[in-house]
Design a binder for this molecule. Structure first.
Ligand code: ADP
Length: 613
């Protein structure tokens, strides 16, 4: 994520844009090249929000670039519309509306299928532009005669004609584009987009409607593309049909990868390298069409050796130079070992958990069954947990514990049966809705936002509770979300990670990652918290620490905990339910369970051999 120093990036951008006409000619850049770079840069601002920030690789941006461009050009050349800026804005709106419709279809799939759908859609647009709509778009001739903007101020009028004069208009558009994009990526929506890129499953599970946010990113990218497409027509006094070609989409992706994704300025830097090399290799070195060969080699080298692109490489160099070397996991472990010698800071008391007026079991499952083909993972489970209770669930491997949790949190739908949470039937709801209602879980295998820091991880989870599952506060500062800082700080203290708040997840020790996993669930302020093997994979020392932590978290909460470490679990919970072969074998106090012969038999026959006494 971009550092949030107020207005630093905006100021540097303004300085750069003002200085460009004085500096770049000395480096061999013609004004027209600079203008084309800015148009690509503006196009790429939206694309980077989609690709770099949200992780959605689209090869179909030419569809929106062309749509915006041709709508604007048509209005200005054929429809007698005289206002260039107005036409650009209408083109942008048309592209955004098209993006909304296409997004509804394309975002039904993820990964490679999403990318393939976008390729197909771009091809369809290219065909439609050339054939059925050629009366409007000029077909292969494009639309010539696109005017440049002029503004009548009453006492005088300003004309942006060409070269450095037109640069002023395009640079202003780019600058406004940067300001808007920065606002978006610094908003709560921007933070959630990064979370979706890192771990869509967890972003959904903590209570965000990720489809809505992905669609938002798609529409934003389409809007930027549409405006940039319009500017291309203005810049060339001609709207070229090749704006719609696959090459345009591919060039945008490559420029973004060269410059650095997730930086907003990557596409601008990439376009600079691309167009400079094009001019330099073609004209100065006389390579002709072979220039693309050199570009291809440059691209491969950059992608192999600078995974973050040019800006990512510069950022790494800066970090090295300023001595902010990343600490290795071993160092962290060593430091932790030292820290545990000292008295550990007392974890904060659990925040008062609001209980609704509803009285009765907080959770009641009846006849819960899950079949996978012929295999019955859970069979006819009746299960009830009271308000404030701490319940343990044990059972040999394959007994159906995780499946049971997945059904309770509505991650998977039961084959039959009913789940009632706080008196409300939640069977068939989505995991996001159930989390919003106050029921969530921590995962057996960590599901963290790996590209973010500890604080940013908890922020994502807290935002779901504070803002609901979907809100379009695109221009709001993250820091202005009421109660966010308090909730994040509170959770940091609760899971004992305050010291590591600004550490990237990738640099955390395993035990810390497990605590963050629990923290993600806690930050949504659940009234019922399910913990799926919270002690899994921990060293004995980490287990002792985590059990202490869980005890402090448990105060005032209702929790259900699955774990194989029975000594620890029996120390924590008041009642235990034993599952075997998908059924409830028995429920009782830890003492009753320890001495139950049926349980001992289940374990003697199971993987664990024997139950700990
Ligand atoms: P536990 O958590 O107690 O180890 P699980 O709930 O993971 O048990 O699994 C219970 C049974 O259901 C196992 O036999 C497992 O192989 C099966 N199972 C779990 N998930 C699936 C799935 N997605 N498809 C098919 N079988 C599954």
């Amino acid at each position: 994520m971009l550092k949030q120093r107020p207005f630093l990036i905006e100021t540097l951008t303004a300085i750069g844009l003002i200085a460009a006409p004085f500096v770049l000619p000395h480096l061999g850049f013609a004004p027209n090249t600079v203008n084309r770079i800015l148009v690509w840069g503006l196009f790429g601002l939206g694309f980077d929000i989609l690709f770099g920030f949200t992780g959605l690789l689209s090869f179909g941006q030419s569809a929106f670039y062309g749509t915006g461009g041709f709508v604007a050009a048509y209005l200005l050349t054929r429809a007698g519309f005289g206002n260039v800026l107005g036409a650009l804005i209408i083109g942008m709106i048309a592209a955004a509306a098209t993006g909304y419709l296409i997004g509804l279809i394309a975002l039904r799939r993820t990964g490679i299928y999403f990318a393939m759908i976008t390729v197909a859609i771009a091809e369809v647009f290219f065909f439609v532009e050339f054939n059925p709509l050629s009366d409007f778009t000029g077909g292969e001739n494009g639309l010539p005669g696109v005017p440049t903007p002029s503004f009548d101020l009453g006492f005088t009028s300003i004309h942006f004609t060409n070269g450095w004069s037109l640069y002023q208009f395009i640079a202003l558009c780019y600058f406004i584009g940067v300001i808007i994009a920065l606002r978006i990526v610094r908003s709560p929506v921007g933070a959630i987009l990064s979370a979706i890129r890192d771990n869509p499953l967890r972003a959904t599970a903590v209570g965000h409607n990720i489809h809505g946010y992905k669609l938002t990113a798609f529409v934003i990218a389409a809007a930027y593309a549409g405006f940039a497409g319009g500017l291309l027509g203005v810049l060339q006094a001609f709207m070229p049909p090749d704006a719609f070609t696959f090459d345009t989409s591919g060039q945008l992706v490559m420029q973004t990868a060269i410059g650095g994704r997730g930086t907003l300025f990557g596409p601008l830097v990439g376009a600079t390298v691309w167009l400079f090399l094009q001019d330099f290799l073609q004209s100065a070195l006389g390579l002709g069409a072979a220039w693309k060969l050199v570009l291809g080699v440059v691209f491969v080298l950059l992608v192999c050796f600078l995974r973050g692109g040019i800006i990512g490489g510069i950022a790494d160099l800066y970090r090295l130079a300023s001595g902010k070397r990343r600490r290795t996991e071993a160092e962290t472990e060593a430091e932790d070992a030292g820290a545990t010698q000292q008295p550990a800071p007392a974890p904060m008391q659990a925040k008062e958990v609001e209980h609704p007026a509803y009285s009765g079991p907080i959770l009641k499952a009846t006849g819960l069954t899950k079949r996978y083909g012929g295999l019955v993972a859970n069979s006819d489970i009746d299960f009830s947990v009271n308000q404030g209770e701490l319940r343990g669930i044990i059972g040999p491997n394959g007994a159906g514990k995780s499946t049971f949790f997945k059904m309770l949190t509505c991650e998977i739908a039961p084959t039959s049966g009913q789940i009632v949470f706080e008196g409300r039937d939640i069977t068939g709801l989505k995991v996001t809705e159930v989390c919003q209602l106050g029921l969530t879980k921590s995962y057996q295998v960590n599901q963290l936002f790996t590209g973010l820091t500890v604080r940013q991880n908890l922020t994502i989870a807290a935002l779901a509770e504070l803002r609901g599952k979907f809100r379009l506060d695109l221009f709001r500062k993250l820091s202005s979300v009421k109660g966010l800082t308090e909730q994040v700080e509170h959770t940091l203290a609760l899971v004992n990670l305050a010291r590591r708040a600004d550490t990237p997840v990738s640099e955390l020790a395993y035990g810390e990652k497990r605590r963050l996993e629990i923290g993600l669930a806690l930050a949504t302020s659940p009234r019922l918290l399910l913990l799926d093997e919270p002690l899994a994979g921990m060293s004995p020392r980490e287990r002792v620490e985590t059990v202490k932590l869980l005890k402090s978290i448990a105060r005032g909460r209702t929790m259900i905990i699955i774990d194989h470490d029975m000594d620890s679990l029996f120390e924590l919970v008041e009642r235990v339910t034993v599952l075997q072969e998908g059924r409830v074998l028995v429920s009782g106090t830890p003492e009753e369970i320890k001495t139950n012969t049926a349980v001992q038999e289940a374990y003697l026959g199971g993987v664990h051999g024997e139950i700990a006494a």
